[in-house]
Design a protein around this ligand. Structure first.
Ligand code: NZQ
Ligand code: ZN
Length: 391
């Protein structure tokens, strides 16, 4: 196991009706004037935003609102939010929604207290300072409620890139699984797929002797395999949603990823798809993961066979471990399809003729230098071959 530091200061409030605690939490973490940031309107239609506002009113905390965050959030609204926060003297950002809303909130929080262009953070500059952020989560997926990361798309060039810094870890996150019951099944499934991807990105490591994190990751994967079909069958299954929601947080606050190298090639390869075609991030990952894993499997057949046996229940073929490894990848593919996720390029609206453009932006755009450096180093030729496997 490698040396590591681990810092996860978010205060979690989990369970039914917990959104009514929002005002108290904002007060506890020092907010005196709040920007409520939200997406395309689901939180308005569900009445959630009214309950959140009532809880702020109860604590006499003034607020402004900025809605309109799109899935795969864009830089334009971030600039608008930064201007608004500076002009109005906002000192706390409250994200009410999913990963896109939280990520947009994090970008505004960092950009408001930074002299330069907030996009610098999405070109590799570490985020040292930000306004405090709180979240009321409405979808189990991105894990942004406990992560130090934010992913934004810059309209010019359609670069979808991430930024990081402990300063943007939420001060608190309110997780009421019942809020996710209004999700369309496709979004529920895309969320489960994203959580599964966060687990695979950590599982695929070149570090040896990491039994504790291997086993934690496997437990979370098995939870998704158990709960995924239950929640698709019955969207009102609170307990299944609760288990998925906490798994989503655990998968991405890095408790299960410490002390080991991680992959993240699948995420980079997917981000170009959701940037260009505006597909759901999880849906893109459903197509990307089996292709990437099949391509890199021979780098460490033992690891792929291990997850196949321990998580997917495949039988170990000691003479041909590659057969077991492949069976595990096929089990993942079948599981995602069974949840309603797409299986190929066409089903997410992607086109073969765009592959050269996708590969160029992926490998060379926005400061990249020709390769992706995850579990396996991938060059342009590799990435082209991987996109072709998705056809
Ligand atoms: O915008 P509204 O109207 O709220 O609708 C949203 C949106 O259309 C809808 N939705 C959310 N909660 C709902 C609901 N509809 C009904 N009922 C509810 N309770 O679902 C749609 C998707 O929302 P979004 O916030 O985009 O989902 P998600 O949480 O999957 O976030 C995806 C974004 O997170 C990034 C992705 O790249 C993508 O841009 N990621 C962020 C990470 C991070 N910050 O740590 C890590 C991830 O790997 C990921 O890359
Ligand atoms: Zn993700």
């Amino acid at each position: 196991m490698n040396n590591f530091t681990f810092y996860s200061p978010t205060y979690f409030v989990f369970g039914k009706d917990t959104e009514n605690e929002t005002g108290k939490m904002v007060k506890r973490f020092g907010g005196t004037k709040v920007l409520i940031h939200y997406g395309g309107g689901s939180v308005v239609r569900s009445g959630l935003i009214d309950r959140v506002k009532a809880s702020l009113d109860a604590e006499n905390i003034p607020y402004l609102e900025l809605g309109g965050v799109k899935p795969n959030p864009r830089s334009g609204l971030v600039y608008e939010g930064i201007d608004l926060c500076r002009k109005e003297g906002i000192d706390f950002i409250l994200a009410v929604g999913g990963g896109s809303t939280i990520d947009s909130s994090k970008a505004i929080a960092a950009g408001t207290v930074y002299d330069g262009d907030f996009w610098d953070f999405y070109c590799g500059k570490y985020i040292e300072n930000a306004l405090p952020i709180g979240t009321v989560l409405t979808i189990a997926a991105a894990g942004s409620e406990g992560s130090p990361d934010s992913v934004i798309t810059k309209e010019e060039g359609m670069y979808k890139r991430g930024a990081t810094g402990d300063a943007i870890r939420p001060k608190f996150s309110i997780l009421n699984p019942a809020l996710t019951q209004t999700l369309p099944p496709y979004q529920t499934a895309a969320g489960i797929t994203d959580i599964m991807a966060h687990l695979y990105e950590r599982y695929l490591t070149n570090t040896t002797e990491v039994e504790v994190t291997d086993r934690l990751i496997e437990a979370l994967m098995m939870t998704l395999i158990h709960e995924g079909p239950r929640v698709i069958e019955n969207p009102n299954n609170y307990d299944a949603r609760a288990n998925i929601m906490w798994a989503g947080m655990m998968a991405h606050n890095n408790a299960v990823g410490v002390g080991r190298t991680q992959d993240w090639n699948s995420h980079d390869i997917e981000h170009e798809l959701s940037a260009l075609y505006d597909c759901a991030h999880g849906a893109g990952l459903a197509v990307v993961m089996p292709a990437v894993f099949s391509y890199v499997m021979n780098h460490d057949v033992t690891r792929f066979a291990q997850v196949a046996v321990r998580v997917w229940g495949c039988k170990m073929d000691f003479y041909h471990p590659e057969v077991t490894a492949k069976a595990g990848i096929e089990a993942l593919r079948s599981f995602l399809i069974s949840l309603g996720m797409p299986k190929n390029f066409a089903e997410i609206g992607a086109k073969e003729e765009d592959i050269p453009q996708l590969v160029d932006v992926l490998c060379n755009g926005n400061g990249r230098t020709g390769t992706l450096n995850g579990f396996v180093t991938l060059n342009e030729e590799d990435c082209t071959a991987i996109y072709k496997l998705m056809l």
